[in-house]
Design a protein around this ligand. Structure first.
Ligand code: HEM
Length: 401
């Protein structure tokens, strides 16, 4: 029986009037066709899944593959759809058992127990970046993205891996080139080479002088080759930087635009963890979602997916599904945490989620604790958002205090 569902011409990325809401077409699709067909940029007709139960089920389904040679990018990214075998260490684009081996190699560094020990240092980092941002600036305006969100995210991930801060600006430029939807293939490849070049030098340095960081530990253990360590490091850097930086900046923008929520949070600091969880759900910065391919023929709610079909899983649409929570389009920092998909689900669920949660809580506590009168420095409509980037957020966020 042919599927009686519409075929969408591409992944809807353009936002409507509210900068925090996903593309309006996604909500309409979710209501009528939570599993729809979609034309991918390379012409392949695969699937777009927007309903919470359906996205969650597919993320946990072992018949869904993440192998690079099976995937097609849902957006026209220069490097994501060359459909070649995953490079050794590129575990985001692997299935078990290869995927499991790499996840195990880094898991200890992201455990809840180890992450808790980082709290004092993260607080120090947040305070020092805020000192630098405010120094000599009176009451602003300053750009919170370059003044706080990016340096905070960069220093957290760089310290974890053992990347010297002197390499940070080059690294940030490389990431921007790698992730911009409109950067050319050459720019994206140059960005990737810049990141891996930096990591090769790091592996050499750790071999010469052992240290207490993730890259040094992988070098000392000797279970992965240098090439694997470089790629694992690049995966962690790229996965952990842009996501966290954009959550800090976009989360701040959302709180400033919902002053009653910011006030509730200021009045009751025990809400901090809930607020982070709710901001993650409400904002879902990984708005291009998850990409999978059916590894075999399968059926989902009467829809037949054929082996090889590409599947785009919208975390952003799923996180606004009334099947997940009441009033899904409202930001409510007092909300009882719900099992949202902002970090994905299943075996590829975010490896760094405990670190990300801690980093966000500390960033918001430090920022709003220090500047209780924080305000937008421009009208909200003038804040430039990032609908065109793999990770959603804001390009700049001018603030005053
Ligand atoms: C607020 C910040 C973050 C958000 C919203 C986020 C979100 C996500 C999501 C949605 C996925 C799953 C993608 C999929 O299934 O296709 C993912 C995977 C991943 N994240 Fe995060 N992430 C964040 C921060 C971090 C940090 C700080 C790290 C640490 C370095 C990190 C490391 C990873 C890795 C390694 C994966 C791939 C896991 C795998 O394929 O097994 N992330 N993240």
């Amino acid at each position: 029986m042919p599927d009686n569902v519409p075929t969408v011409p591409g992944l809807p990325m353009t936002r409507g009037r509210c900068p925090f809401d996903p593309a309006p077409e996604l909500g309409a699709l979710r209501a009528d066709h939570p599993v729809a067909r979609m034309e991918f940029p390379d012409g392949h007709v695969g699937w777009l899944v927007t309903g919470y139960p359906q996205v969650r089920r597919l993320l946990a389904d072992p018949r869904m593959s993440s192998r690079a040679d099976a995937l097609r990018s849902p957006i026209p990214l220069p490097m994501a759809s060359d459909r070649t075998e995953p490079a050794p260490g590129m575990f985001t684009a692997m299935d078990p058992p290869e995927h499991t081996r790499y996840r195990r190699a880094v898991a200890g560094w992201f455990s809840a127990r180890r992450t808790r020990t980082l709290e004092p240092r993260l607080r120090e980092l947040a305070d020092s970046h805020l000192d630098a941002m405010a120094s000599g600036r009176g009451g602003g305006p300053v750009d919170l993205v370059t003044g706080f969100a990016e340096p905070m995210a960069a220093s957290v991930i760089c310290e974890l891996l053992g990347v010297p801060l002197s390499e940070r600006p080059a690294f940030a430029r490389a990431i921007a080139a790698l992730f911009a939807v409109h950067s050319s293939a050459e720019e994206a490849i140059a960005g990737w080479h810049a990141v891996t070049g930096l990591l090769h030098r790091l592996v050499e340095a750790k071999r010469a002088e052992p240290a207490n960081d993730l890259i040094a530990a992988l070098v000392a253990e000797g279970r992965l080759s240098d090439e694997e360590i470089v790629t694992v490091g690049a995966v962690l850097l790229t996965a952990g930087y842009d996501t966290s930086a954009n959550m800090i900046a976009l989360g701040t923008f959302a709180l400033l635009e919902h002053p009653e929520q910011a006030a509730a949070l200021a009045a009751d600091t025990s809400l901090a963890e809930r607020a982070v969880e709710e901001l993650l759900r409400y904002l879902t910065v990984v708005h291009a979602g998850g990409i999978r391919a059916a590894a075999e023929d399968l059926e989902l709610e009467g829809h037949r997916m054929a082996a090889g079909d590409a599947v785009s899983l919208s975390f952003a649409a799923a996180n606004r599904d009334p099947a997940l929570c009441a009033r899904p389009d409202e930001l409510d920092v007092t909300r009882e945490p719900v099992p949202h998909l902002a970090f994905g689900h299943g075996i590829h669920q975010c490896a760094g989620q405990q670190l990300a949660r801690l980093e966000l809580r500390i960033a918001f506590e430090a920022l709003f604790g220090r500047f209780p009168g924080l305000r937008l420095g421009v009208p909200a409509a003038e804040v430039r958002t990032r609908p065109d980037m793999v990770i959603y957020g804001v390009h700049e966020l001018p603030v005053t205090w």
